[in-house]
Ligand binder design. Sequence first.
Ligand SMILES: N[C@@]1(C(=O)O)CN(C[C@@H]2CCCCN2)C[C@@H]1CCC[B-](O)(O)O
Ligand SMILES: [Mn+2]
Ligand SMILES: [Mn+2]
Ligand SMILES: [Mn+2]
Length: 304
Amino acid sequence: ERIGVLGIPFSKGQSRVGTEYGPEVLRNGGIVRKLQNLGCHVQDHGDVEVIQVENDDPEENAKNPRTVGLTSKLIADKVERVLRSEDICLGLGGDHSMAIGTIAGNARVEPDLVVLWIDAHADINTPMTSDSGNIHGMPLAFLVRELESYVPKLPGFEWLSPCIHAKDIAYIGLRDVDAGERKIIEKFGITAFSMQEVDKYGINEVVERALRAVDPEGKRPIHLSFDVDAMDPTLTPSTGTPVIGGLSLRETYYIAEEVARTGRLSMVDVAEVNPLLGDEKDKKLTVDMTISVIQRFFGNRRGG
Ligand SMILES: N[C@@]1(C(=O)O)CN(C[C@@H]2CCCCN2)C[C@@H]1CCC[B-](O)(O)O
Ligand SMILES: [Mn+2]
Ligand SMILES: [Mn+2]
Ligand SMILES: [Mn+2]
């Protein structure tokens, strides 16, 4: 497998400084070398250029819309280019608004992709249903065709057309879903396995059902968007919106190993690592746990 690593040093989808250092701490943690040691061909494509728009006033309750929108376009263009020359793109974030660009860019190369969203949160608020106005809580709303009439065209987003269907998404790890998101998930029948289902069925059954729900014939490319807050905060404390009762290390490994085993992985987003949150121990733990999970998306199997 040829892997293209792309840094996405972005933080304006939310309000806490620090996620812009995500790519740096993951690179310093040795992710490129560790993937090469797995026998992968790894090319580091550097960082996406981040745009900071002056006087970027909120629009329809969404904060930093122009900065997020225009940076998302650059992300999409770069992801498209990487996927034209590599088999898989590994996007190192950066807050989860990065997924607007990564999914848009991936869909240009793999229009038939499905999305597995591993997260404590649903990240599908519209600007109107959002309590925070932070766009990292909205990325899927900008991408889902069925929501197009519910989402205003914000300044900076003129370039973006929704590119996935609600039925192409499956969530694993939900445990902090807003009322408006719950309504959207129910209205459009989005496949969602919260931590309650993980406890009820076990992670193996959840992964099997999630994959079968979005891709019953087992032939579509997979965009895996991993928010490190899906894991329990005892494992990844350095993240902006931690929620207790998260995925264990072994459950997260299992998801990664099973997705790797499909052989249809197209892109992995790694979102919401914030090395400025917590103490040095928290930061090191978060980076080490995140890197150990990433390795399992790319062939490191516990059984050797
Ligand atoms: N839905 C949210 C939004 O701001 O839209 C609200 N939530 C925080 C809020 C705190 C109080 C209790 C209810 N939850 C964060 C989430 C976005 C997470 C983005 B991610 O990328 O980290 O997943
Ligand atoms: Mn390709
Ligand atoms: Mn989250
Ligand atoms: Mn998220």
